[in-house]
Design a protein around this ligand. Structure first.
Ligand code: ADP
Ligand code: MG
Length: 377
């Protein structure tokens, strides 16, 4: 049985390589469980193959059915662990030198923060991808410590009304356009060395406290800012080759249209900035797909910041979050359409920021097979 588990583990590396050959943008859809007050569920069917059928509550079955296709759909009962399991190979590839960007898209209240951070109210149960990812990277770095020495640092910023703020130091910042693939897009944001998951939890708490929240008609605790947790990985292996890559974990501001929020004044300005950066994100991805010579990264702070992880050599995953509720039908359709546009994009082959990532994977396999042999014998 032990041998079997080893083989399964080794196959993960293979799985990683297969993933590299597929398109480098993946789209997962996640459906929030209904609240007890929500009874008009419009999600009709979720297929294991990533299909989703939704019914327009105002139309007949025949004309009101819309079908969408994604890499995977997580239904209302999917747990944080299940979601993480399907994200883990992508996250791990950052340790092999790939830049990775994971972002949560969707209207306010659809579950973005739940997926990235965890439940509202600061509970330490059911923690989300940010925490699980770092926890996993520590474990992996520990497992590889005989062949590679890793340093992990994090930055955490938010973008609010096209201004960038350091969430771990409470300073305003400028993003510099990053030259080269390993360029740091936020050289002035504080860098925090993290050695344990406890370090990470403390920083995440501080960042959440500093995050700007203001009220809208939809949800008076809604986040009107994009928050970005960037994990920098630096690895040196015995043969002296160096891995330098980053993982961006992005909790986007709500994607709902302005009229629905019934906002004026400052709120309206916020909503316009939010719409602008989200549509810039869509434009950048489309331009990449069409292999345009000009990619409009500079049109928003968000795309400028993510530049080195949205290009042709990086891996991108988008979580499209939707509410199951009838009243959200319009927003749900627009989220699904945006996600569908993103998912049909092929960004070309991802490339690691070092030459020998396959060699390193083979070394790792060799090490663990040696250990398995010793354990069994
Ligand atoms: P958003 O960040 O998109 O505005 P939240 O993540 O804050 O939405 O989710 C809205 C509410 O729904 C929160 O109270 C959250 O805890 C709850 N929620 C969201 N997704 C789930 C889920 N998958 N399981 C249980 N509760 C969830
Ligand atoms: Mg949120």
């Amino acid at each position: 049985a032990l041998g079997y588990h080893k083989v399964v583990k080794e196959n993960r590396n293979l799985y990683n390589m297969v993933q590299d050959l597929r398109g480098n943008i993946r789209v997962y859809c996640r459906i929030r469980p209904p609240f007890s007050t929500e009874t008009k569920n419009v999600i009709d069917f979720i297929g294991k193959d990533g299909s989703l059928v939704i019914l327009d509550p105002l139309k007949s079955q025949k004309v009101g059915r819309k079908v969408f296709q994604f890499n995977h759909v997580f239904g209302p009962t999917a747990t944080q662990d299940e979601v993480f399991r399907d994200t883990q190979p992508l996250i791990r590839s950052v340790m092999d030198g790939y830049n990775v960007c994971i972002f949560a898209y969707g209207q306010t209240g659809s579950g973005k923060t739940h997926t990235m951070y965890g439940p509202s109210g600061g509970s330490t149960k059911d923690l989300g991808i940010n925490y699980l990812a770092l926890n996993d990277l520590f474990q992996l770095s520990n497992r590889r410590k005989d062949i590679t020495e890793y340093d992990i640092h994090v930055q955490m910023v938010e973008i609010y009304n096209e201004q960038v703020r350091d969430l771990l130091a409470d300073d305003k910042l400028e993003i510099r356009s990053c030259t080269g693939e390993n360029g740091l897009s936020l050289p002035d944001a504080t860098m925090h060395s993290v050695k344990s998951t406890a370090d990470v939890l403390n920083l995440m708490k501080l960042g959440e406290v500093n995050r700007v929240v203001s009220s809208t008609a939809i949800n008076n605790q809604s986040s009107r800012s994009h928050s970005v947790l960037t994990v920098h990985v630096h690895g040196k292996d015995v043969s002296r080759s160096i891995v330098r890559s980053c993982l961006h974990l992005v909790d986007l501001a709500g994607s709902e249209r302005v009229d629905k929020s019934e906002v004026t004044g400052d709120g309206l300005k916020e909503a316009q900035y939010i719409n602008k950066s989200l549509s810039c994100l869509g434009d950048v991805i489309t331009a990449l797909a069409q292999k345009n010579s000009h990619i409009p990264y500079r049109n928003s702070k968000l795309t400028l910041l993510l530049q080195n992880s949205l290009g042709g050599h990086a891996k991108t995953l988008m979580f499209a979050h939707v509410s199951p509720e009838g009243d959200s039908f319009g927003e749900t359709i627009s989220t699904l359409k945006f996600a569908q546009r993103v998912s049909t994009v092929e960004l070309g082959a991802a490339r690691a920021n070092k030459e020998s990532s396959e060699v390193m994977q083979l070394k790792e396999q060799l090490e663990s097979l040696k250990k398995a042999l010793t354990n069994n014998g």
